[in-house]
Design a protein around this ligand. Structure first.
Ligand code: NAI
Length: 744
């Protein structure tokens, strides 16, 4: 492959290139190489001095002559880049179009910062930043109309790393990178690509700074081939930054630490908390490389939801309640809590459930298909997750809620919970009542919980909780968690019990949106680009539909009456055409799941589960029912009795929720939750209904060893027998609960 590729020379027949500042240095090298490869070249140069003074036509003329002497095509342009329209007009007059722009013209006015005059500042910004803007804007619509364009911006290592005496120049040069980043996004749809280079080369700009032997090694000819390649129609690079010099080329990208959440729930964020987490905030171990703001956003969203209890913050003060400390924005948001939105009336025939089934990938390949795709089938039913459809417009009606001051273009669907009370009718009229259940402040954004109850006549059919993340609407001093939240639950720590996958179709989003989610993000490339996505993305609820189908088939034999509830968090976007792979773990009636995009192994649905109805606990493969064998059950039963007696007292002392995952032969065999935070305390089987403060994972045997005092919990922790997730400090409070059972 490489051999075939390298045999094909990169030619620019019938392409028109404009190189600014091409009368010498780097620009001249670009112009010569483009011409040699068959392009028609507009050689632009003002012909002034290095500091931006004077002008002359000779610089551009000399290069044009050089090109013509070699049999190439070139015309001269003597205008300043500040008059971009005139330069682009020269190209149109001479060749009828413009395909490629290399923004290269530049000057220097180096001074230490205190000595930079207004003129030093302004001239540098005008030539580099404004000049590149003017030239590029003049060409933009031509490129858009012809659906082709290649643009180069010239930045500098002085901008990337800083350089003494070049404050004005550094600012302008990195400004060009910002400009390029956005043009790369806006141009993508029209096949206009924009990249940035930070070159090093011997030229009149550097000849007084660099010694001669270095200048010889850093010839402009050792930069030009990169520019030419980036501008070729076969090059797909877009929005990238390269350092280049002496024949070496390197690509740069952003790196960001995992960072730290410095705020605990119900606590304000303090400078001390920032100081105390400084090491973690700045720790580049396991750093990530965000490609877009979208990536950043999803990361933060994930962290806020899962890690927030991990970072201990002993110095934070208690929550401030005096109104003088409360952001007025908060008061308005709080007013919105509990507000009802207009009811939604949804009337449908068999057509909608069939369309939905197709939208979430149900196909005639599946032997059970008839029941979901053919209205005259005896068992014709709605897929359970169709339950989101009659309610979904509640998600779009937030604008009607008084008090909600939010930029609705920045609202993302973060999580979804759906619970069914009876199988959905296959046609009819359903009425949904929507309430703003709560609004949470997650710092970088606000989480709006919309609760929607859907009725068939007087019967409650299903309940949805849409969890929406409003980017940038946080920091208003609101609470961080709410007991209204249907929390996500992470899967057990073992390989999945079952895996199912399905390839989504290229048209999956186009099909799914016919169920009534008309957001252009899922169909219009330019709208998706504005949102920071490379192409339109699949609806999160569509991926959820796929995952629910997988569980229904694997564990309920496609019997919709078995489906009780589903919870998912949308962690990353899915592109139509990708393969969705659902990993499943059965824990009694609860099927934990996570869904990945097979092509890139990214987890797109996290913390998800499906609760099934009436599926009694079945012995595992080896035929023994481990559930019955657990010794720890006795202890928990005893604790339960105690909580009934003195729970209220314990709630006061402990004020935390603990979850135990008890393992047997490496698998989670039981889950228990002790809630010593709410009401008079409670112990129940299964994962915590409200987010657990601390989760302990350990084997049944080790649990017994610890409670009988034979195994020191600290030793168990350090030897890996006991795994603790969440707030480790809380585990000390456990003594209150467990100490008394040492006698057991
Ligand atoms: P150069 O001085 O040889 O080339 C710059 C050209 O731009 C000159 O021919 C000049 O007449 C022309 N020019 C200046 N103002 C103009 C205006 N208003 N309109 C049209 N033309 C104008 O310098 P060199 O080194 O070739 O620089 C090219 C670009 O590369 C510049 O943007 C420079 O900032 C950048 N650069 C160069 C580095 C190097 O190591 N040579 C390092 C980092 C960036």
């Amino acid at each position: 492959m490489a051999g075939i590729m390298s045999a094909v020379p990169l030619l620019f027949d019938r392409k028109v290139v404009l190189v600014t500042g091409a009368g010498g240095g780097l620009g001249r090298a670009y112009a010569l190489l483009f011409a040699e490869r068959g392009a028609s070249v507009v050689v632009n140069d003002l012909g002034g001095d290095i500091k931006g003074g004077g002008k002359s036509s000779s610089a551009a003329d000399r290069v044009v002559e050089e090109i013509r002497a070699k049999g190439g095509n070139a015309v001269a342009s003597y205008d300043s880049v500040e008059e971009g329209e005139k330069i682009v007009q020269t190209a149109l007059d001479a060749y009828g179009k413009i395909d490629i722009i290399v923004n290269n013209a530049g000057i220097l006015r180096d001074r230490s910062f205190a000595r930079i005059s207004d003129l030093d500042w302004d001239l540098i910004q005008r030539v580099h930043l404004r000049g590149s803007f003017k030239v590029t804007r003049a060409a933009w619509n031509h490129m858009k109309n012809q659906k082709y364009g290649r643009i180069i911006m010239t930045a500098s290592t002085s901008g990337i790393y800083g350089n003494f005496g070049q404050a004005n120049y550094s600012a302008a040069k990195l400004g060009l990178l910002g400009l390029a980043n956005t043009l790369a996004i806006e141009g993508r749809k029209y096949n206009i690509q924009c990249n940035t280079i930070a070159p090093t080369a011997g030229s009149r700009l550097t000849q007084t700074i660099l010694p001669q032997d270095i200048l010889d090694a850093f010839k402009p000819e050792f930069v030009a081939p990169l520019v030419v390649w980036l501008c070729h129609e076969s090059c797909q690079e877009n929005g990238s930054l390269f350092e280049v010099g002496a024949g070496w080329i390197g690509k740069l990208r952003w790196e960001r630490t995992l960072g730290a959440i410095v705020r605990q729930k119900n606590q304000q964020m303090t400078p001390e908390a920032v100081r105390d987490n400084w090491e973690q905030i700045c720790d580049f171990d396991n750093a990530i490389k965000p490609k877009s703001y979208q990536d950043t956003f999803y990361e933060v969203l994930n962290k806020l939801g899962t890690n927030q209890e991990i970072s201990t913050n002993p110095t934070s003060g208690p929550v401030q309640t005096s109104t003088s400390n409360v952001n007025p924005f908060f008061l308005m948001q709080v007013e919105a809590i509990g507000k009802k939105m207009p009811s939604i009336v949804y009337t449908y025939t068999h057509l909608q459930p069939i369309l939905y089934a197709l939208g979430v990938g149900m196909t005639t390949k599946d032997p059970d298909h008839l029941k979901f795709l053919f209205e005259r089938n005896e068992e014709f039913s709605c897929l359970p997750t169709f339950g989101v459809i009659p309610a979904q417009s509640g998600m779009f009606d937030l604008a009607s809620v008084p008090g909600l001051i939010i930029d609705f273009t920045k609202v993302l669907h973060g999580e979804q919970y759906l619970e069914l009370y009876k199988p959905l009718p296959t046609s009819g009229t359903l009425k949904s009542e929507c309430t703003i259940a709560d609004i949470l402040d997650k710092g970088s954004g606000a989480v709006i919980l919309v609760d929607i109850h859907t009725y068939n006549g007087g019967d409650l059919v299903c309940y949805n909780q849409f969890s929406l993340f409003a980017v940038g609407a946080g920091g208003f001093g609101g609470k961080r968690m709410s007991d209204k939240v249907k929390v996500i639950v992470h899967p057990p720590n073992r390989p999945p019990d079952a895996v199912m996958s399905d390839v989504t179709s290229i048209n999956q989003a186009a099909l799914y949106r016919l169920n009534g989610d008309w957001n252009p993000l899922h169909i219009d490339p330019s709208f998706a680009a504005v949102g920071g996505f490379r192409q339109p993305i699949l609806h999160g609820l569509c991926s959820m539909g796929f995952a629910a189908r997988h569980v229904l088939k694997q564990y309920a034999n496609n019997d919709v009456t078995k489906f009780k509830a589903i919870k998912v968090r949308f962690a990353k976007p899915v592109i139509p055409g990708q393969t969705l792979e659902t990993e499943m773990w059965k824990e009694g009636n609860r099927i934990h799941l996570q869904t990945k995009v097979k092509e890139n192994n990214e987890v797109v649905l996290t913390g998800a589960y499906v609760d099934l109805e009436d599926t009694v606990y079945k012995p595992r493969d080896n035929g023994t029912d481990m559930r019955e064998e657990l010794q720890s059950d006795v202890v928990f039963t005893e604790i339960s009795r105690r909580i009934k007696d003195v729970g209220r007292e314990m709630v006061k002392k402990v004020n935390a929720i603990f979850q135990w995952d008890i393992t047997k032969e490496g698998r989670t065999a039981a889950q228990w939750t002790i809630d010593l935070k709410n009401g008079s305390g409670e112990l129940y089987q299964g994962a915590a209904r409200h987010q657990a403060d601390t989760t302990f994972t350990l084997s049944d045997e080790d649990f017994m060893q610890i409670v009988s005092g034979k195994l020191n919990p600290q030793k168990a922790f350090f030897s890996g027998k006991l795994n603790i997730k969440g707030n480790i400090m809380h585990s000390q409070k456990l003594e209150v609960i467990l100490k008394d059972y040492a006698k057991l």
